[in-house]
Design a protein around this ligand. Structure first.
Ligand code: G3P
Ligand code: MG
Length: 239
């Protein structure tokens, strides 16, 4: 079962920062999950929210600032030095020298960032990383767009509350994986149906032993967690 560090090692370091990504190397995680949005000048930046308020010293929408402006906002955390919002380019440049996989979540469910799929793909290709990344999004159109642009790169559909938006007939040529909120694993029948169609299951965010137990019983292909070290320990205990 593959372990993906959610927003980097976000259980102990500031989410979606280079520090949180670097720290993943000291954990047993095989990969990193991160979130991307577009700056005013069309740069792909790594940040979870549409606004900078919660995680940085700034305020306002990511889309209203140029990359130079976004870089001025500080990210403070007691476990490390001051961080800034990374670009996807910076992360890819760094990750190419590691063995880590990367789950790039395109945050297009609230703001439809025109052309973000093409930009992300161009950056992946620039570093020759297409065999180590996969796309994910809560926005089904983005998943389809990614699949259409790059059929060779896996694309996963994220689901938070219910299976309403995910048809029973999902096939592997449309999506390669489903990343459901862990609460949705209770619908085992639906999960099994997708698994039978060859769709991989990567639930989020697995931060408790009982949740991991359920993932094992469900034969999930991977998990997304804030605590990769703890999760591996539980995995060894439960295996
Ligand atoms: O990819 C899993 C997870 O990151 C989806 O939710 O809100 O943490 O991006 P969120
Ligand atoms: Mg995410």
């Amino acid at each position: 079962m593959k372990i993906y560090a959610h927003r980097g090692f976000s259980g102990q370091y500031p989410e979606n920062t280079m520090e949180a990504f670097l720290q993943v190397l000291k954990t047993p995680a095989e990969g990193i999950e991160l979130d991307v949005q577009l700056s005013k000048d069309g740069e792909v930046v790594v940040i979870h929210d549409e606004t900078v308020d919660r995680t940085t010293s700034g305020s306002g929408y990511v889309k209203d600032y140029s990359l130079t402006e976004l870089k001025k906002f500080q990210i403070h955390h007691s476990n490390c030095s001051v961080q800034t919002i990374p670009t996807l380019d910076e992360v890819l440049y760094w990750i190419q020298e590691t063995q880590l996989s990367l789950n790039i979540e395109l945050k297009t469910d609230r703001i439809r960032y025109e052309g973000i799929e093409e930009k992300v793909l161009m950056e992946i290709e620039k570093y020759g990383l297409s065999d180590r990344v996969y796309f994910s999004s809560f926005h089904y159109e983005t998943v389809q767009r990614c699949k259409c642009l790059a059929p060779h790169i896996p694309a996963h559909f994220l689901i938070s509350r219910s299976f309403k938006k995910s048809p029973l007939t999902l096939k592997v040529d449309q999506i390669n994986g489903l990343n459901p909120n862990v609460a949705l694993l209770k619908n085992q029948k639906r999960i099994r149906l997708y698994q039978m169609q060859g769709i991989k299951i990567y639930p989020y965010t697995i931060n408790q032993k009982e949740q991991l137990s359920l993932c094992l019983a469900t034969r999930c292909d991977g998990v997304i967690t804030d605590y990769p070290v703890q999760l591996k320990e539980w995995l060894s205990q439960l295996a």
